[in-house]
Structure formats: structure tokens, C-alpha cells
Design a protein around this ligand. Sequence first.
Ligand code: ZN
Length: 302
Amino acid sequence: MKVNFPKFKKKSNRQSARFRKGGFSIKNCQVYLAKIGCLKTVWSRPLPSEPSSVTVIKDNADRYFLSFVVEISPELKPATNESIGIDLGLKTFATLSSGEKVDSPDYAKLERKIKRAQRHYSRRQKGAKRRERMRLRVAKLKAKQTDKRKDFLHKLSTRVVSENQVIALEDLGVSGMLKNRRLSRAISQAGWREFRSLCDNKSHKFSRQFVVISRWEPTSQVCCDCGYKWGKLDLSIREIVCFNCGKLQDRDDNASKRIEQVGVGHIHDSKRTGRKCKTEISAVSDELSTHLESVQLTLFDC
Ligand SMILES: [Zn+2]
């Protein structure tokens, strides 16, 4: 990464202030902050326990949030499914080895709006009031897009992790792929890396096993039914009839099933070779009992 000169903080960027115990109180769902007063709040969810501190955040789109630090006890619901493999793509965001295909939300309309607003913004005179108004509009649109992506990724990862005991993903060389200029926007918008870290964190929370298999594993070159290796396929080939067992395989479907097989294989390997893996897992579940989570909610402008 190129290193530049330090920049001054901008007032329009994200700002936050933290209130510890004594600096805030909550009575009948009303938040009182020292020296500020009562706030009009919209709660995203009820607080699971007494918060130890609260952070007030104002983002660059002029939205206010309250983020509480609370202690939660882990929900240890057993998984209904043993394992799952996930193949990530662009158009179909995720192909699950259960046969399900999850489409990516459509960002095209928002993207067009952002492009237009950004164009208008760049034509405004620096320091002008109308420029500031336009900056806010761009920031609001971008925030909407981010929210849409996050909502989608959170919902999918929570569902996948809570339903399965072992979750296998493929390690994608994201930074290498971003160098492809024609695809970089679509790839960074899809949020593969974000999805991976969400699954990773949630697996800890639900005490599941999360496996990432090597990117050099030939998942789309091997039949998931008989293990026959047919070799490299052009990206345009979406389906293939296995030369060995004669079954018609969908490319993504086959890859997700292979990811599951390889991922589960990795776990058996590590179980056989050492106890290191086991101790790590028990350490994690001990940690879970004092897991800290932040609860965020939206505030009206106050
Ligand atoms: Zn086969």
C-alpha cells in the first residue's frame, strides 16, 4: 500500500463519544446522557443485560447511533445439519452444498443513483453550501448501499452458521482478483471477505467449526460423486457430464459439494494428528460465557 502524508480529521467524517457508568442512564427505554439530556430513540432490539457503557456515533451521512456494551450468555442450540460447503460467486452469491442457491441483492439501481450524485457533487464549488448538501446526499446513498449489503450478509451467515456444525468455505485470493479492473467493483461489492469473517466470528459464538480450504484445491475439477478428476474447465462451461460415472454436474453445485468434502476431511485429519485442535475449541467455549456484544440502534436527529 502506498503511504501518504497524514491528513487532518474532518468534521464531516465519523465522530463518536463514549459515556461510561454514571455518564448515562436508561429509564423506561429512554436514554439519558450527562449534559445532553433525554434522547429520542428507536430501538433495534431490547438490551439483553445492563450495559456498561454507551458510544454515541454520528456517521458521515449525519445519522446518529447508540452502541451499548453488554454482556451476553451464549445460545448453544445444536445444529440441525452436520456440515455444509459454500461456493461463492458473483451473480449467485452463494451455492450451498445442500443444493440451495442464494442470489446477490441487486445494487444496480442504487449504483446508478450514486454515480449521478457523485457527478453533481464534483461540479459544485469548493466550500459552497450546495456542495455540502450534495456530499450529504452521496453519503446517504452510499450508506444505504452498505446497509443493504450488510443486512444480506448478516442474515445469510447467521442462518448458515446456526443450521450447520461444520462450515467450509474456499479461500479466495480477493486482493489478487481486485487487480482485475473490470471485475474489481463487482467483487468488492459482493463482500466475500466480509462474509467469511462474519461466518468465522459467528462460528465462535455458536461453537461451530469453521474451515477454510486452500485456494489451490481443485474444487471445480473433481467430480463430487466419484472423485474423478476431469481437469481445468473454461469459466463459460456451467455444466459437465462426468466421464467416469456419467452424472450431469452443475459447476457451482459440484464445487460447493467438493468444498464440503475437503473441509470435513481437514477436520478429521487434525483430529487424528494432534490434540491442539481440541484444546482450542474448549478454550473458545470457556470464553463464550463472558462474550461481549455491542447492540446498535438508530437515533433520530436530536
Ligand atoms: Zn463422477
